[in-house]
Design a protein around this ligand. Structure first.
Ligand code: PBG
Length: 328
């Protein structure tokens, strides 16, 4: 083995052409998924204070946004719904005329090529803000499963290309797969939020989606962030139940989990660069405490380098436009 002075690792760093030639990972626009918050009603277009640049839109306000996303060649959006009406069982989540169902139909009409992924969960639709049915002070796993299956089916019926359960109930991938298959949607893939940690980095999202739990926390269903082996068991279980794509969430503080999942499993792997990760960069950049474009590209490249194939990120539009103009 060569060593210094024959070996000089700096040789391949001398010019940008050389560096680009030996580059090991790159972020591509084709990797990106852009989350969209759709709110029931008309004429609504509100910026989310803790997430500068991210809007809550009613379905009638979608056309210019969808045109921009499709024009930037971002392959997919991930839809979150904010309903007018919340109740104990989150019934507006599986309403045919629910906000996600309406938005899905609208988007598939506006841009048939754009993949619509729908978040399947109850927390935005329940009065208590939990991701499952509440019995006493507990979140009941098994009573929640049929509801999740109903939500996923209603999304598929509206035209969703992929359904993405984010609730963290045990057995939900199986319940959703069975219900899709029974109803003729055997070709609709499931992207499961397989290793979803209970995280402080969801704070801005809960403002955006008005989905903060009204009592307690999510620690009895989302994962404990001290654990890595448990994430592999969660992922293994979801694959066994029929997940087509698995997700690790959040991304930035969980790059080890992404790497381990990539080394262990063959299926496509998504990472969710969550709201709090976005908010931190935006807040620092606003004060000129870091260079936003460089910081964003470094973060997203690190998520790719760790092993993610797909990155769900609120930065998708800006990154796509930098890549398009050769600024990345
Ligand atoms: C709903 C859900 C959450 C996120 C995605 N789906 C919030 C939560 O679990 O409280 C977080 C996304 C983000 O922070 O960007 N279960």
């Amino acid at each position: 083995m060569a060593s210094f002075p024959e070996l000089r690792l700096r040789r391949l760093r001398r010019t940008e052409r050389l560096r680009a030639l030996v580059r090991e990972s790159r972020v591509d626009v084709g990797d990106l998924v852009y989350p969209l918050f759709v709110v029931e009603g008309e004429g609504i277009k509100q910026e989310i204070v803790s997430m500068p640049g991210i809007l809550r839109l009613s379905p009638d306000q979608l056309p210019p946004e969808i045109e921009e996303i499709a024009g930037l060649k971002i392959p997919a959006v991930l839809l979150f719904g904010i309903p007018e009406h919340k109740d104990e069982t989150g019934s507006s989540a599986y309403d045919r005329e629910g906000v996600v169902q309406q938005a899905t139909r609208a988007i598939k009409k506006l841009a048939p090529q754009l993949l619509v992924i729908t978040d399947v969960c109850l927390c935005e639709y329940t009065s208590h803000g939990h991701c499952g049915i509440v019995v006493g002070d507990q979140i009941d796993n098994d009573q929640t499963l049929p509801l999740l299956a109903k939500i996923a089916l209603s999304h598929a019926e509206a035209g969703a290309d992929i359904v993405a359960p984010s609730d963290m109930m045990d057995g939900r991938v199986k319940a959703i797969r069975e219900s899709l298959d029974k109803n003729g949607f055997q070709y609709i893939p499931i992207l499961s939020y397989a290793a979803k940690y209970a995280s402080a980095f969801y704070g801005p999202f809960r403002e955006a989606a008005q989905s903060a739990p009204q009592f307690g926390d999510r620690l009895s269903y989302q994962m404990d962030y001290h654990n890595l082996r448990e994430a592999l068991r969660e992922i293994e279980q979801d694959i066994a139940e029929g997940a087509d794509i698995i997700m690790v969430k959040p991304a930035l503080a969980y790059l080890d989990v992404i790497r381990q999942a990539r080394n262990t499993f063959g299926c496509p792997l998504a990472a969710y660069n969550v709201s709090g990760e976005y908010a931190m960069v935006k807040a620092a950049a606003r004060q000129d405490w870091l260079e936003e474009r460089k910081a964003v590209l470094e973060i997203l490249t690190a998520i790719k380098r760790a092993g993610a194939d797909i990155i769900i990120t609120y930065h998708a539009k800006e990154v796509a436009s930098w890549l398009k103009s050769g600024d990345a």
